[in-house]
Write a protein that binds this ligand. Structure first.
Ligand SMILES: *Cc1c(COP(=O)(O)O)cnc(C)c1O
Length: 441
């Protein structure tokens, strides 16, 4: 197999990981790696893509990789954090984000979630009219109790569904006519209700739209954001004051899972936005972004040992330790979420040899637990290692606890200019005791 510079880097990391016994039969049959140099480069590309004329807070969508040391790394790089559950909020706070760097989205915030966010001063995007009414109640109660002048330091916005349509993956499309997210801007009467909601609430100063995710073309995302910007202008015109001061444009930049090229890039994204929503770049609005996958996916891979091999129905099958527990979407929706796989020998070296179509199976006890079907790879043998590429986002950090399989260790990686590979623990592997403790024991 030929190797790209990114492939050579992965091979170097994997060989070092085997040498350091982070991947080995029996004791470390599955491990994930996050390339922290790569993460820094991706964040720099995002920061550089936006012109200096705008005031931007880039937040990272915690669900894409919720490990606290990863979040802390992103904080050190100047990012904020987007959260959507009490757990993610706790992770963001543990990673050291200040409340004003945190944005709380979620279509199902409870009263206590909202109370906590408003007390802390975390930014909140309301998903629907009922949630706005809850925020009214909480702010009224806070104003009568304590600080009437500023019932909350939170920036508060409404999530719009601009209803621009879906992308290539229905389950990932947030701006279809009937999406569960946000307030449907084009439904009868909603625009007027929304304008009235802003007019009646001087503290409602942000507009939020997240048109994603994987599978959505840039044009579609930009059209959705353009509608959010036009709506913000409309609020300000209707209210006769600059009430809306910021626009949270969400994340959703698609990732190329086909090869090592990063495409589209953040600069392509900004260029498309500049074409569709020039008003966003006048400096009139502050901007928040919420990227997840595009910052982390290509900066991680997962390594799994091959335990056994066999031939069934004439098809070679390699049984590895990576399946639905770490590659849930790939296993259940293989057409939407195919992963590149590379074959390595026991020392981590890229395997040579004629590609042979093989099924790459996981350890879970259901027949569909396959990372790939009939994938041409050099013939695997027990003790070899399979690498799952581009798994830095939404893979090992968000496990599926089928068969009570343990969550694997996740290692941060940095490579010196002289080529030395350094590992930093991001998460320890779960032990069987850990599994017992999440099993009611
Ligand atoms: C998931 C999510 C994101 C991040 O999406 P990516 O496709 O990972 O960039 C941003 N904002 C909201 C509201 C989300 O739900």
């Amino acid at each position: 197999m030929t190797n790209s510079p990114a492939g050579e880097r992965r091979e170097r990391i994997l060989r070092a990981a085997v040498r350091d016994r982070l991947v080995e039969p029996d004791s470390a049959v599955l491990a994930a790696f996050v390339d922290l140099d790569g993460v820094a480069a991706s964040v720099a590309a995002l920061q550089k893509a936006f012109p200096d004329s705008v005031n931007v807070l880039h937040t990272f969508a915690a669900k894409a990789n919720c490990l606290v040391p990863v979040l802390a790394e992103l904080r050190d790089l100047g990012m904020g954090c987007e959260v959507a559950s009490p757990g993610e909020l706790a992770q963001a706070l543990a990673a050291g984000f200040a409340p004003e760097q945190i944005v709380y989205d979620s279509p199902a915030k409870t009263r206590s979630d909202l109370r906590q966010a408003l007390e802390l001063g975390v930014a909140v995007n309301a998903d629907n009219f009922e949630e706005l009414a809850r925020i009214d109640e909480i702010l009224a109660a806070r104003a009568s109790e304590s600080a009437p002048a500023s019932a909350s330091a939170s920036r508060i916005g409404v999530r719009l569904n601009p209803q621009v349509g879906g992308g290539g993956i229905v389950e990932m499309s947030t701006a279809t006519a009937t999406s569960k997210f946000g307030i449907a801007l084009e439904d009868d009467g909603n625009r007027q209700r929304l304008l009235a909601a802003y007019r009646d609430r001087p503290w409602l100063t942000w507009v939020h739209a997240h048109v994603g995710s994987q599978g959505c073309p840039l044009e579609l995302i930009a059209q959705g954001i353009a509608k959010a910007v036009a709506f913000a202008d409309e609020v300000n015109a209707t209210c006769g004051r600059r009430q809306v001061t910021g626009i949270d444009i969400g994340g959703g930049l698609p990732v190329n899972f086909a090869d090592d090229e990063t495409a589209p890039g953040f600069d392509d994204y900004v260029a498309t936005l500049q074409a569709h929503a020039p008003a966003l770049f006048t400096g009139a609005y502050r901007i928040v972004t919420e990227f997840g996958r595009s910052l982390l996916a290509k900066n991680g891979f997962t390594a799994a040992c091959v335990e056994y091999t066999k031939i069934s129905g004439g098809r070679p099958i390699a049984i590895t330790h990576a399946g639905a527990q770490v590659a849930t979407r790939t296993v259940f929706m293989p057409a939407a979420w195919p992963l590149r796989l590379t074959a390595h020998g026991p020392d981590g070296t890229l395997k040579q040899g004629e590609p042979v179509p093989q099924d790459i199976a996981g350890p879970c006890c259901f027949a569909g637990d396959l990372l790939a079907e009939a994938r041409p790879l050099p013939l695997l043998t027990p003790g070899d290692i399979v690498a799952l590429l581009d798994t830095g986002a939404y893979y090992s950090s968000t496990p599926f606890h089928y068969n009570s399989l343990p969550d694997p260790a996740v290692h941060g990686v940095r490579v010196d200019p002289d080529g030395h590979v350094h590992f930093h623990p991001l998460r320890q592997a779960e032990t069987v005791d850990d599994v017992l403790s999440r099993s009611g024991h």
